[in-house]
Design a protein. Structure first.
Length: 262
């Protein structure tokens, strides 16, 4: 696809959104080779990452659509290009669901150890703002907005996030990998809340199982998992070389390619 003649609607860290002149209800989402961390402070380019991310995103959204999740995803007509539904507006939140405690929650949470299990998964809302480091919204405020203001954006995003987490957790587990946590985004299309944006190696944490039949019903499951074998962007955040990062993302794509058989 020749994008040089298309109008750019918005360009983000890892994607560019172009208008679709032949369909006013959809747009083109084109993946880039860029990778960032630390709210955009750390930034590199990995040749071939766009293709790997596109493959992962395609396979995950195809799977979620088959599962009946309400998403913006339509199709992926060619390499690095996806067609998605055009937003009426974006909800300026990042919605994080967690099954296993790790990452930032260990620094600001109280009495939390790495590997602690959340059952059911917990879901948190973060205001999407890099300079403010995506501050988290207070849970009591979220409940107030849902109960007193009938703010269905919060209730629907939380419901869909948990639904998506459980679908993907089961799928990855089929291939010996545990979904640890996941960060997704939402928007309004035809007055309803839809899962939007991308789902790639930068969207979640994935740790392989350490044992063949892990016991994931313990209060702490760290002994059942292999965080050193992680298949996610933490490799980049922790200073891993770019070739290793690409290999990890390619390993994710190799797994999600098998989702078509689920």
């Amino acid at each position: 696809m020749d994008t040089s003649k298309l109008k750019i609607i918005i360009e983000g860290k890892t994607k560019i959104i172009y208008e679709n002149p032949s369909d006013k209800d959809t747009v083109f989402m084109v993946f880039k080779d860029d990778i960032t961390a630390g709210d955009g402070v750390k930034h590199d380019t990995i040749e071939g990452k766009a293709l790997v991310d596109w493959q992962t995103n395609r396979d995950i959204f195809d799977y979620l659509n088959r599962c009946g999740v309400r998403t913006h995803y339509v199709s992926s007509p060619e390499e690095k290009v996806s067609i998605v539904k055009k937003l009426e507006r974006k909800i300026n939140l990042e919605v994080v669901s967690r099954r296993v405690a790790t990452g930032s929650i260990l620094k600001w949470g109280t009495g939390i150890s790495e590997g602690d299990l959340y059952d059911p998964v917990i879901t948190q809302f973060h205001y999407k703002d890099d300079p403010l480091h995506d501050p988290m919204l207070d849970e009591s405020y979220i409940e107030f907005m849902i109960c007193e203001k009938n703010a269905r954006e919060y209730s629907e995003a939380r419901r869909i996030n948990a639904e998506v987490f459980e679908h993907l957790e089961r799928a990855f587990a089929r291939f010996g990998v545990q979904l640890i946590d996941m960060k997704l985004e939402y928007g309004i299309i035809k007055d309803d809340v839809y899962l939007i944006d991308e789902i790639t190696g930068g969207s979640f944490r994935l740790w392989p199982f350490k044992v063949e039949n892990p016991d994931m019903k313990q209060d702490n499951v760290l002994s059942e998992l292999d965080p050193a074998g992680r298949l996610d962007k933490d490799t980049y955040r922790m200073g891993g070389d770019l070739d290793t990062v690409k290999d990890k993302f390619a390993a994710i794509a190799a797994i999600t390619a098998k989702f078509k058989n689920l």
